[in-house]
Design a protein around this ligand. Sequence first.
Ligand SMILES: Nc1ncnc2c1ncn2[C@@H]1O[C@H](COP(=O)(O)OP(=O)(O)OP(=O)(O)O)[C@@H](O)[C@H]1O
Length: 704
Amino acid sequence: MQFEDIPGVGPKTAAALEELDDAERALKDGDVAALSRSPEISDGRATAVARGVIRKRHNDDSNFLATRRAREIYQDVLALLRDRAITEYATKRLATLYPTASSTRIEEARAFVTAATTTEIPIDDTIQETLSGVEPLTTPTISRIRDRCIATSDPERYAKADDVFPEVSVEVVEDTRELAELARSYSTVIALDERFAGIDIEGDVQIHPDAIDTPNKIVPERVLQYFATNRDRILAAVKVHEQTNLDPPCSVSKLRDVLKKVDTDGTVVGDAELTRLTTAVADLDAAVSTAESVANDRLREAIQQRDVTIEGTDFLSLVEQGARVDSLFGRELNDEYDSAVAAAREHLIEAIELRPSEADFAERAFPTDPTFPVEHESSVISRLRTELTTARDRKAAQRKREVADELTTLQQPVQKLVRAVLELDVERAIAKFAHDFECTMPTFIDDTEIPDQTGNTNRDTPDTAADSPQSEINSSSEAKHITDSDGSLIRGFNISGGRSPLLDVEFSAVEAIDYRVSGVTLLSGVNSGGKTSTLDLVALIAILAHMGLPVPADNVRLERFSELHYYAKTQGTLDAGAFESTLRDFRELADGASNRLVLVDELESITEPGASAKIVAGILEALEDQSATAVFVSHLADEIREAADFSVAVDGIEAVGLEDGELIVNRSPIKGRLARSTPELIVEKLADSDGSESQFYHRLLQKF
Ligand SMILES: Nc1ncnc2c1ncn2[C@@H]1O[C@H](COP(=O)(O)OP(=O)(O)OP(=O)(O)O)[C@@H](O)[C@H]1O
């Protein structure tokens, strides 16, 4: 893959990707965690790169989130999803889901999401703890290996080997003599050239022409260390597989058995012979010293129990010729000496479990000629130590290779196994989101159903807007976009039972909203009735739907929008400069992409009411001309309609009454209804009272 072909990837990021071990795989899988392992690539950058790959795959150059408020809602969506992820991997990976206008990308994401929400993934706490122990597998750095070197006479092979084996010394040798020299300095020399095969050199020289392709055979420490370092995460992933009935890519019991053979530091354990040799080397000095004590204790006891009669001649030779007492001791206690030394040898053999082939060292470990105290033959013990150490190292190397071979065959399946669990966490987060907010999959209006700017569709469906049963449809703007005989819209959105998880109340207390908009609409309503919350809900649903995700509603049907423009309410009147730049923003709306969704909250607050009504009317006209879907929240609906050159639809969030000074609100906007304001409701309530002053309130009511 040419990394620089990915949208948004420049030479610097491309170079950083080149350095990664499995960049292609990570890019393909959207594995942000693996991409951000490069010190040059931040989490945010990695997410952008992963999205770039998806965009490239779908030829997607859309810019769905066109305004700051739209991007904020998207961040809120991501936060809701991420809150439901357990692993850091899933947290990062979820950010690769983005809203888009590309139908193929939406379909791809929907297929993934459908699989996630229909598979039986436990979303309760049962696998939460185990999942938290799963992380992407890491490749540990191996410290320098000094007992081996790699040799070749070919400079090209040298360069390759030097690259593949950073932890081993790689040497160029001209001839057999230089190879022999290396064999004297290293325990093992791995020669890469066939030409050295069959040459008689002292030492361990192995010919491996394919060493570069089988690095784990030359440096088994790599795979051993890999499994040692990743053991806990692998075992946690295995447990998740078992708890969720995932199909593991390798035998789980075999994996567990092999893992038992590697210690946490990468050493091979669990081999009886290797354990014997390792213990024998470690305990040799102690065993020899105890064996000496065994012999000396016996002899001392024998001497103490013995009455020795010295004959005159012996005594004379001791006195006259300076003969040593040893000779006398040897003659007198020969048998006792033999049995004491035999006990010492036996102790040595037993203590360090010497094999019959090694027992000869024990035989020679103590002098055969009687002497007291008995002392071991240090040269023999030293040779025994060398022998045991060599055998131990050879056995360790052999076991390393054997276990490494077993682990090498498991390396790829284990990577798959762990990745499957990490992906499961991504799916689980989505499934949990869908469950927690009682989501359903939205339906997109088929592209062929969407009319062109004159209102004609590609379908052969009669325009029934005129006699639509939806009596509340009061505007030409909306009617133009509705052609289905059942009154269902073919532009815009239709939300039934939508509940926003972004509200400042518990989700269980959120009142469901039905709202349908096609064309350009004003949304009026009482103070705190939920107008802003409704816009937030529409934006949230549009974003989720265009991410391919389920939405928090009973039923949603919507157009595949090209962009979402959501403008939040401005805080107070703008100064001239800010006002001018806001107008420029809205001018861009006048000739942007078609079929956009535009949501605007109380634009009138940017300037004085009279002027803003005219400005809003002008913007609505431009949007109407483009067949955009737009909802403008406003308290100036009447003034705006008056200023507009077409019949603008008005919806209203109404208060159904006042209770203890609190408004009772019907949160679902009513189509074709200009909602009464809060003051109007209060005046109406006062006018209804029986008192004499009600006349005054009646007069006031006339003014509304
Ligand atoms: N669907 C709902 N279910 C439950 N509570 C809601 C719902 N919609 C809004 N609310 C509550 O009403 C409060 C006010 O909502 P919101 O700010 O959207 O009203 P508004 O009409 O935009 O107000 P204003 O006229 O001040 O702009 C919210 O903070 C929330 O507590």
